[in-house]
Design a binder for this molecule. Structure first.
Ligand code: AMP
Ligand code: TRP
Length: 334
């Protein structure tokens, strides 16, 4: 069976972009692949701004709870917290000795996040993609479902795996990135030319997975559109309307063309109301499941422990083989 691995950072409150762009796809992949999903807290602490420990802890639980609520199924898939396995950090060290300074230095995400920070930028931020390579390669991963922005990181993981195998013998399976189909990019409701993101300047443009129906309705009703009244899909000319069409399409699993036929001529007010309604309905069962899990933190903790045990069963032998291949003396031998 195809092995899938993906991770998400506990660096904010999950929003509609995370749900439609990542989670729905993660859930769907469980039907035909052997999936491993990870809350990557070790990545979250590389963020250039100092993080608050209590907030990180809370967000880690929230993200894991969100994944379960959306439908990541702990019976079929493995869900765990990255820092619960020291193997990820240990494997990163091995890969640090295989990865090149030059290739890390030109990673677009590193350039972006370190811009203007000079020498104060942390080694962890620089090393971020190597930790990500460890995440992926430790699980014999075939496919990594991620957004386009992660393409370079997955290619680097592949390069590191290939170089390692070439130098030390076949240890790692080489992964490839897969990008989810349609509606993969949810734009900010107030500025539809930028992606909906945790780091947006205004709350009004972001729909959080746990927003209540009244708030969701308000956000969609005040979504930025244009001064015309026609409803058609044109990302250049009509970014706001196009974004709403794509959200509605993803939320209802209907094609954009059919939606245009149905809503064109009815006015923006009606259309926005329909999008709000569809998103509220999409989120309702997720929010209900979240509330149940949230009321039983012991159960979430238990599921995460079980997930970590199952993750370990895959990662430990792979790491041991890598260490052995590199010539690190196995304990108990001489
Ligand atoms: P982030 O919240 O940036 O850490 O992203 C976590 C995951 O959600 C990644 O797989 C992203 O590709 C996906 N994602 C984040 N924001 C959006 C968005 N606005 N539209 C679609 N997917 C997104
Ligand atoms: N860097 C990824 C992101 O920001 C998160 C991540 C960490 C990841 N490790 C991973 C994604 C392994 C896929 C596979 O979205």
């Amino acid at each position: 069976m195809t092995r899938v691995f993906s991770g998400m950072q506990p660096s904010g409150t999950p929003h509609l972009g995370n749900l439609l762009g990542a989670w729905m796809n993660w859930v769907a992949m469980q039907d035909h692949a052997d999936c491993v999903y990870c809350v990557v807290d070790l990545h979250a602490i590389t963020a250039p701004n100092e993080h608050d420990p209590a907030t990180l802890r809370r967000r880690t639980v929230e993200l894991a709870t969100g994944m379960l609520a959306v439908g990541v199924d702990p019976e079929r898939s493995i869900l765990f917290v990255q820092s619960h396995l020291h193997e990820h950090a240990e494997c990163t060290w091995l890969f640090n000795c295989v990865a090149g300074f030059g290739e890390l230095h030109k990673m677009p995400q590193f350039k972006e996040k370190s811009a203007g920070r000079g020498e104060s930028v942390s080694v962890g931020l620089f090393d971020y993609p190597v930790l990500q390579a460890a995440d992926i390669l430790l699980y014999d991963t075939d496919e990594v479902p991620v957004g386009e922005d992660q393409r370079h990181h997955i290619e680097l993981a592949r390069d590191i795996g290939q170089r390692f195998n070439h130098r030390f013998g076949e240890v790692f399976r080489l992964p490839k990135a897969v990008h989810p189909p349609a509606a993969a990019r949810v734009m900010d409701l107030q500025d539809p030319t930028v992606k909906m993101s945790k780091s947006a300047s205004s709350e009004k443009g972001i729909v959080h997975v746990l927003d209540d129906p009244a708030r969701i309705e308000k956000k969609f009703k005040s979504a930025r559109t244009d001064s015309a009244t026609d409803i058609r899909h044109d990302r250049e000319e009509k970014p706001g309307v196009s974004n709403l069409l794509e959200i509605l399409s993803a939320a209802t699993d209907r094609g954009v063309d059919a939606l245009v036929t149905e809503y064109d001529g009815l006015g923006y007010g009606t259309f926005k109301g329909a999008v709000a309604e569809a998103v509220i309905e999409l989120l309702r069962p997720i929010q209900e499941r979240y509330a149940e899990l949230d009321a039983d933190p012991g159960e979430v903790a238990r599921l995460l422990e079980e997930g970590a045990d199952r993750a370990r069963a895959i990662a430990v032998p792979r790491l041991e083989r890598a260490k052995d291949a590199m010539g690190l003396l196995p304990p108990g031998t001489a």
